[in-house]
Design a protein around this ligand. Structure first.
Ligand code: PNS
Length: 166
């Protein structure tokens, strides 16, 4: 693997929806690479009841990072390793919040390493204020009428209110 700083880092996930914890990770990733691609997967390893379509998720993420040309958001079909290869990216970033994340993340990173030996996965620690935050908890709290204002950015909050009304 090249010792040069990565040109492009891919930050993949379901992002249903993107939380402030994810946003923090995106900004941290900019310290590792010139360009960060937030990649919304059509095929997630863990199946969950979706709140937003993949297209809506991409739209929200683009809106949130519209001010930063080094951040881009796209969706992808199929394997993450193929997406990274097509984008010429050799760095995948994932967040690790707690020990409970470790097994799932470690398994995925090793599988990706098997499939694509040149691809490195790095784990970043989110800001401690977001250590408890997950998109699935945010969805659940919102569905049950709780206030999620502190956990997501305004474009997401707006759409969540609309999505839960429909
Ligand atoms: O936010 P999530 O749901 O934990 O993200 C998981 C994701 C999307 C990164 C993972 O499921 C993935 O990479 N999906 C793409 C399909 C793929 O490559 N599967 C094999 C993973 S080892």
């Amino acid at each position: 693997m090249s010792a040069l700083p990565a040109r492009t880092a891919v930050y993949p996930g379901s992002f249903d929806p993107i939380t402030r914890g994810h946003e923090d990770l995106v900004y941290r990733s900019l310290r590792l690479a010139e360009q960060v691609v937030v990649a919304v997967a059509h095929t997630a390893t863990q199946k969950k009841a979706a709140l937003f379509s993949v297209e809506e998720r991409v739209e929200m993420i683009r809106e949130i990072f519209a001010h930063e040309p080094r951040i881009e958001c796209v969706s992808f079909q199929g394997l993450l390793v193929d997406f990274c290869r097509n984008r010429g990216a050799n760095l995948v970033v994932r967040g690790l919040r707690a020990v409970s994340d470790f097994e799932y993340e470690f398994q995925m990173a090793q599988m990706n390493q098997e499939l694509s030996p040149d691809l490195e996965t790095v784990f970043l620690t989110p800001d401690v204020n977001y250590a408890f935050l997950s998109a699935s908890l945010v969805r659940e709290v919102a569905r049950l009428g709780g206030d999620v204002t502190a956990f997501v950015s305004p474009p997401v909050l707006e759409r969540m209110q609309r999505a839960l009304d429909r």
